[in-house]
Design a protein around this ligand. Structure first.
Ligand code: ATP
Ligand code: MG
Length: 609
């Protein structure tokens, strides 16, 4: 049976897991870590770095290191979130050709799905190294509150990475799957997931026979650890300005150091009540003297800086319970997911709100990937008894006269689902109808997310009101929307043209896939080359060390001098091939190197007298 990996593509960290012999297991990366920073960088030499190595060089290469790309995926250039990111990110965010977002790294621009694909590709390689076999199928998780565009963009990222994303699963739902895996229980639980970039809350019923039914979900895709860090950065920048009259924001490297220090302080304050932030030589003053930043941050200051952020999470919990028509005490267990739930203030607020101690049974960093792996294995193995019923986080509807939003599929409807609506022509001989499809909770259509403009074309030419078109709006199990239409009188399918979508075109995805493949070939051959190089250099080193001794022993004969000359030639050629990074040539010389090595060994180990 084909193996399916589960990937938690996080804002800050990503994690990959698989079900092995019936047990969901996290796959460690090459460095032995169970999570990989979702960071991508391009070095001065044009080399791509992903994960820990990208993070380690972030300060010295701030402009060419991308973090938190997930906050930009599937967003429009004109959105307030992107405007905010343009001002605060240390890397360059520019407008793409579809009103989408692109990221500039050195001399190349990348779409956001391409950046996410680099992280996915890294996770794929981790799994392949671990399993010693190629992997092509994956279940990828997204925040429950992601809309259609964000989900579609995540799927594109999977495709670019060479993965067949067989299902998109909501992160809190995945966490619940891992939580309930292998246990028999009937329980109503809440999953509270506060990660690096997003907040999600889901209320689920876990039933006998492996049924997981989501009752309600909500969240905020721009509320997470990054915002807590930003509050600390603001506090540091303001304090520094007051003290020295210098704005640290002008300097990208200083900003990256501040970001690093802010996150570190925040994490420390989860276990201690006070910490010192110390950044020597952070910037130079106008008068050419180096300035240092040194401040003490207490837990209570941090809590007051971030009070409203925690409150926003609790407000959303309140709303979700109302939507689920449940009282707080009907929730029998609260599962905490995401690194930010280690913050004592967050834990306390959750405990206070739900009136119970949150569950400690799951690992907050790994549970989402584990759940994705569980879902992946259930999708390919029919003997697995598991039924997952998720809901759509946003209402789906269309724009009608006066910019009103007409809801067709309400929020929290179980997916997959479909609704139809009849449209009639309003003019004589009208041959086209334009439909604006939107997602969101606002009465006013313009406040919601425009998914696409669909134009029904080629309608029958008839007097007004006589052509009735049935349009069907569908949301599949991935939470992805599709629209189809047919003429009710003759049953003819109508063609639909999609415009105004900020997603990538098929051609673009295809081209990006090719680029990604090319990179993998390069990477594989560079991995292969590194291995060969090491082997060859070891042999060369050994041979060179033996030269003086061998010369002494054999130089008296013509045959010996000839052998030494040949050996020098072989070493030189192998060296040149290494310098040229020519794998094929190094391979070619390997055999001669090994032969020379054996011969030298034989000469020096023989007793001579
Ligand atoms: N001990 C800690 N105290 C406070 N915050 C922490 C701690 N450990 C990690 N974090 C924060 O948790 C966040 C990362 O959490 P996590 O890895 O769950 O996010 P993610 O899955 O990458 O993001 P998302 O789910 O939002 O896409 C970061 O902001 C990090 O600073
Ligand atoms: Mg997460």
């Amino acid at each position: 049976m084909e193996r399916v990996i589960g990937i938690d593509l996080g804002t800050t960290n990503s994690c990959v897991a698989i079900v092995e012999d019936g047990v969901p297991t996290v796959i460690p990366n090459r460095g032995g870590y169970k999570t990989t920073p979702s960071m991508v960088a391009v070095t001065e030499a044009g080399k791509r770095l992903v994960g820990h190595i990208a993070k380690r060089q972030a300060i010295t290469n701030a402009e060419n290191t991308v973090y938190a790309a997930k906050r930009l995926i599937g967003r429009k250039w004109s959105s307030p979130q992107v405007k905010n990111a343009v001002l605060t990110a240390s890397y360059k965010i520019i407008e793409g050709p579809h009103g989408d977002v692109r990221i500039q790294l050195r001399d190349k621009t990348y779409s956001v799905p391409e950046i996410s694909a680099m992280v996915l590709q890294e996770m794929k390689v981790c799994a392949e190294d671990y399993l010693s076999e190629p992997v092509s199928k994956a279940v990828v998780t997204v925040p429950a509150y992601f809309n259609d565009t964000q989900r579609q963009a995540t799927k594109d990222a999977g495709q670019i990475a060479g993965l067949d994303v067989i299902r998109i699963v909501n992160e809190p739902t995945a966490a619940a799957l891992a939580y309930g895996f292998g246990k028999t229980m009937e329980k109503t639980i809440a999953v509270f997931d506060l990660g690096g970039g997003t907040f999600d809350i889901s209320v689920l019923e876990i039933g006998a026979g492996g049924v997981f039914k989501v009752i309600a979900t909500a969240g905020d895709t721009f509320l997470g650890g990054e915002d807590f860090d930003a509050r600390i950065i603001d506090w540091l920048v303001q304090g520094f300005k007051d003290q020295h009259g210098v704005d640290l924001r002008q300097d990208r490297m200083a900003l990256q150091r501040l970001k690093d220090a802010a996150e570190k302080a925040k994490c420390e304050l989860s276990t201690v009540t006070e910490t010192e932030i110390n950044l020597p030589f952070i910037i130079s003053s106008g008068r050419n003297e180096a300035l240092h930043l040194q401040r003490v941050l207490t837990r209570s200051t941090l809590e007051s800086l971030c009070e409203d952020l925690v409150e926003r999470c609790i407000e959303i919990c309140k709303q979700t319970l109302e939507d689920a028509r449940l009282d707080r005490d009907e929730v029998e267990d609260v599962v905490l997911v995401g690194g930010m739930t280690r913050m004592p203030r967050v834990q306390d607020s959750v405990k206070e709100f739900f009136g119970r101690e949150p569950s400690k049974g799951v690992h907050p960093d790994e549970v989402v990937a584990l759940g994705a792996a569980v879902q992946g294995s259930a999708l390919v193995d029919e003997t697995k008894q598991m039924i997952l019923l998720d809901v759509t986080p946003h209402a789906l509807g269309i724009m009608t006269f006066g910019s009103n939003f007409e809801e067709l599929i309400p929020q929290n409807t179980t997916v997959p689902t479909a609704r139809s609506k009849i449209f009639t022509t309003s003019r004589d001989r009208q041959t086209a109808v334009k439909i604006l499809v939107m997602q969101g909770e606002h009465q006013k259509a313009t406040e919601n997310e425009l998914l696409g403009e669909f134009i029904l074309t080629g309608l029958r030419s008839a007097p007004k009101g006589q052509v009735e078109i049935e349009v069907t709006f569908e949301i599949n199990s991935d939470g992805i929307v599709s629209v189809s239409a047919k003429d009710l009188e003759n049953g003819q399918q109508q063609s639909i043209q999609v415009t105004a979508s900020s997603g990538l075109t098929k051609e673009e995805v295809g081209r990006m896939m090719e680029d990604a493949k090319e990179y993998m070939v390069e990477r594989q051959s560079s991995d292969e080359f590194e291995g060969l190089k090491q082997e060859a250099e070891k042999l060369i080193g050994d041979i060179e060390r033996m030269f003086p001794q061998v010369e002494q022993i054999v130089a008296s004969s013509d045959f010996g001098r000839d052998a030494i000359g040949k050996a020098r030639g072989i070493v030189e050629k192998a060296r040149a091939a290494i310098v040229k990074r020519d794998s094929a040539a190094v391979k070619e010389h390997m055999e001669s190197l090994a032969r020379t090595h054996r011969m030298f060994k034989g000469v020096v180990s023989r007793p001579h007298g």
